[in-house]
Design a protein around this ligand. Structure first.
Ligand SMILES: [Mn+2]
Length: 378
């Protein structure tokens, strides 16, 4: 059984106000072509199908075209909803489409949809586990103690009838502890929504979505984020996007390969003085169809830079400066690493700075309750 794993399509997303419709159409066509060329049985879409829970008409019709194209080439689809999707809207018509080999997850109701694909070695079970918050699992299993995302995912899986002597693939859209994030995700400060990768023990392959950089988790080749098919933030400018092609024969025998994707328009960074990058000799060597991130090295910040740059680079994304001043600030402690601190620690530090004293235990308690409510950590 052969599969193609991708995730975080974010159909309908805008990049600094630029519509990516043409870019997404191009990359989705390419994914279907790769799937056909590699002769895969199924395409796995690990969540964040759309960018918005109420997707635009244009986004819906693009997904419709994509799915119909896959279907017409005799390939199956297994897809789950991510945190950007509406689980209910993604599940529309799922029971009817199942018979066509197009499988979408249903809203989490205490059960996880199982799709079986058969080959000469027997059954491969594919579990479509949509993005969940602990509260979604707690409502279904009130007797179980669920204090965090790890316990929520673990209890949801434990309440699923899985025969680990067979071959099993899991689609899941969560932050797995140890993953490296980039700017196009909604990161929860302090990693409150981290899931420990041990909850996935026993699966032959875990097709992850949520994190936008392709990566292997905890040194286990079989637990992977495919990453997005396109660069959705400047922090991804140096990445090469890809899809994963996997082939599973007997139990425990799986081979995985990356196939690189070629975007319609790439995202690149150019760096120099404003006068240089506005000079024909410089810009004629640049593919100005690209989405361009600009770093200016001028000591003086020029307020007319944007309008001048826009005339030459129609898809420029943003300007930042690399000069004595920016270097001074990046070395200063004001930008000390905040990602490893919990929201409570960060707010406590701010309180101390502003008030010259620590919060009282009562204040801390009230703040903790608010944090738990906002992030639904419990
Ligand atoms: Mn995403």
């Amino acid at each position: 059984m052969k599969f193609l794993h991708t995730s975080d399509l974010h159909i309908g997303i805008k990049l600094y106000d630029y519509s990516l419709y043409e870019d997404q159409k191009h990359i989705l066509n390419q994914i279907v072509d790769i799937a056909e060329r590699e002769d895969v049985d199924v395409i796995l879409l690990s969540g964040d199908i759309y960018d918005k829970s109420v997707a635009s008409e244009e986004a819906v019709s693009l997904l419709d075209e994509f799915i119909s194209d896959i279907y017409s080439r005799g390939i199956k689809v297994c897809a789950i909803s991510g945190n950007h999707d509406s689980a209910d809207r993604i599940s529309f018509g799922d029971r009817i489409m199942d018979s066509a080999g197009i499988h979408f997850s249903h809203t989490y109701d205490g059960t996880i949809k199982k799709v079986v694909i058969n080959d000469k070695y027997g059954d491969v079970n594919i579990y479509l586990f949509p993005f969940i918050k602990p509260t979604n699992v707690r409502t279904r299993y009130p007797e179980d103690e669920i204090n965090n995302y790890t316990e929520a995912v673990s209890i949801a899986l434990r309440n699923t009838d899985i025969d680990f002597s067979q071959r099993n693939i899991l689609l899941c859209h969560q932050y797995v502890a140890g993953s490296i994030t980039c700017d196009s995700e909604n990161v929860t400060i302090g990693g409150l929504d981290n899931v420990d990768s041990e909850v996935f023990n026993g699966f032959d392959y875990v097709a992850l979505g949520h994190v936008h950089s392709p990566q292997i988790i905890g040194g286990n080749e079989n637990i992977r984020y495919s990453g997005t098919p396109l660069k959705y933030s400047v922090s991804e400018v140096r990445q090469i996007k890809s899809v994963i092609i996997g082939e599973i024969s007997q139990k425990g025998n799986i081979s995985l390969n990356k196939v690189e994707l070629t975007p319609l328009r790439d995202m690149i960074t150019i760096k120099g003085k404003l006068s240089e990058i506005l000079d024909g000799e410089f810009y004629e060597k640049i593919n100005r169809e690209c989405y361009i991130n600009i770093i200016l090295t001028d000591e003086e910040e020029n307020h007319f830079a944007v309008s001048e740059i826009r005339k030459i680079y129609p898809r420029f994304l943003k300007i930042s400066y690399d000069n004595t001043r920016s270097n001074f600030y990046s070395e200063a402690e004001v930008f000390s690493d905040s990602s490893s601190k919990t929201p409570l620690e960060l707010i406590s530090e701010l309180y101390l700075t502003q008030n010259g004293m620590d919060m009282t235990p009562k204040q801390q308690e009230a703040l903790s309750a608010m944090i738990e409510e906002i992030w639904e950590v419990k």
